[in-house]
Write a protein that binds this ligand. Structure first.
Ligand SMILES: NC(=O)c1ccc[n+]([C@@H]2O[C@H](COP(=O)([O-])OP(=O)(O)OC[C@H]3O[C@@H](n4cnc5c(N)ncnc54)[C@H](OP(=O)(O)O)[C@@H]3O)[C@@H](O)[C@H]2O)c1
Length: 310
């Protein structure tokens, strides 16, 4: 039977997927009509980007699952019209991109690269950075991306503490959970990386109270979501020197408005949500595998826990 697969994403996304997704479906042995528009009651699976215009899933009565092209699903997870299983994107290309971004920005802070890149103005200022093993780094969120970054940092020798909702044991990492675990993770974190999802529980994880727990001058790297940080509290902590610098990739409003204080702040680096992008080639293989599983009656990969919101 030929399956009908609706590719529901903005037009600019389609060229990257059109050929590679067809190929991945073929390789997985799936006979499918991959289309950009179809009668809702004929659609078997929806391949979905959460910035698409489709938001009412009620007429998709035959659809067996919605397969997100994004890792973050906060825009679709609370949608009450979606009654079908929702799978998020876990893509090796995405994980590699995030590791590259996080390791690069942590290294910038660790080595104090800015001093030399901006120039010492002739001062032979002989300050050597500590070794990675003497630098405590905290990673908030130990999921697919957080854990991958935490392991990469630990492999470089950093002492990494990771925080998650549920307790974990991961070789080479100090793992903590719950409110006391967060306090402990922040007290030691000279560099803090945020890789939590956007849920009501994670909103303002870094606020005036928790920023004050960090060692003075701590640096922050946030490629998670803008909602994880109370922006006013961060600006106050930056101005007071409690936070030495922040690299922010994600914001409550994107693109970041031109008049936002982050743009001009001397101790903030803004990157325009480029930390990690889903790669069409590897993501297509994940989508095809999930459709194969759906048709074979096997459990879907990367199913979203709708109650937890991620
Ligand atoms: N900037 C970019 O380009 C970009 C690209 C992709 C993704 N992202 C962001 O990165 C986020 C993380 O992605 P992922 O694939 O690693 O997600 P994930 O696999 O779902 O992992 C989420 C992690 O956060 C933890 N967590 C969730 N709620 C928590 C809470 N209330 N308290 C403590 N820990 C909590 C989870 O704990 P448990 O392990 O106990 O469940 C898990 O370890 C995404 O949600 C998205 O927002 C950004």
């Amino acid at each position: 039977m030929t399956l009908t697969l609706l590719f529901s994403a903005p037009d600019r996304t389609w060229p990257a997927y059109e050929t590679v997704l067809q190929q991945a479906l073929k390789t997985a042995g799936i006979d499918a009509d991959l289309t950009r528009s179809a009668r809702p009651d004929a659609v078997d699976y929806i391949i979905y980007a959460p910035n698409d215009t489709l938001t009412d899933f009620t007429p998709y009565i035959r659809t067996k699952a919605v397969l997100s092209l994004w890792a973050g699903v906060e825009k679709i997870a609370p949608n009450p019209t979606l009654t079908q299983p929702l799978c998020r994107m876990v893509d090796p290309g995405l994980a590699q991109g995030m590791r590259d971004y996080v390791v690069g920005h942590v290294m910038r802070y660790h080595l104090g690269m800015d001093r030399h890149i901006h120039g010492l103005n002739g001062a032979w200022d002989h300050i050597t950075p500590p070794l990675a093993r003497d630098r405590p780094v905290t990673v908030l969120g130990l999921g697919e991306l957080g854990q991958s970054c935490a392991r990469a940092l630990a492999a470089l020798g950093f002492h990494v503490t990771g925080w998650s909702r549920r307790p974990k044991q991961i070789a080479g990492l100090t793992c903590v959970s719950g409110p006391d675990g967060l306090k402990m993770a922040l007290k030691t974190g000279e560099i803090v990386v945020l890789l939590l999802p956007n849920t009501p529980q994670t909103e303002n994880t870094l606020n005036a109270e928790t920023l004050a727990l960090l060692p003075k001058g701590a640096r922050i790297v946030n490629p998670g979501r803008g909602s994880l940080i109370d922006d006013d509290a961060l600006l106050t902590a930056l101005d007071a020197g409690q936070i030495g610098h922040a690299t922010l990739d994600v914001f409550r409003t994107e693109p970041l408005p031109q008049d936002h204080p982050y743009w001009a702040h001397p101790n903030v680096t803004v990157t325009p949500h480029i930390a990690a992008e889903t790669r069409a080639q590897t993501a297509s293989e994940v989508i095809a595998e999930n459709i194969r599983r759906g048709e074979a009656g096997e459990p879907f990969l990367h199913l979203v826990d709708r109650a937890a919101g991620y």
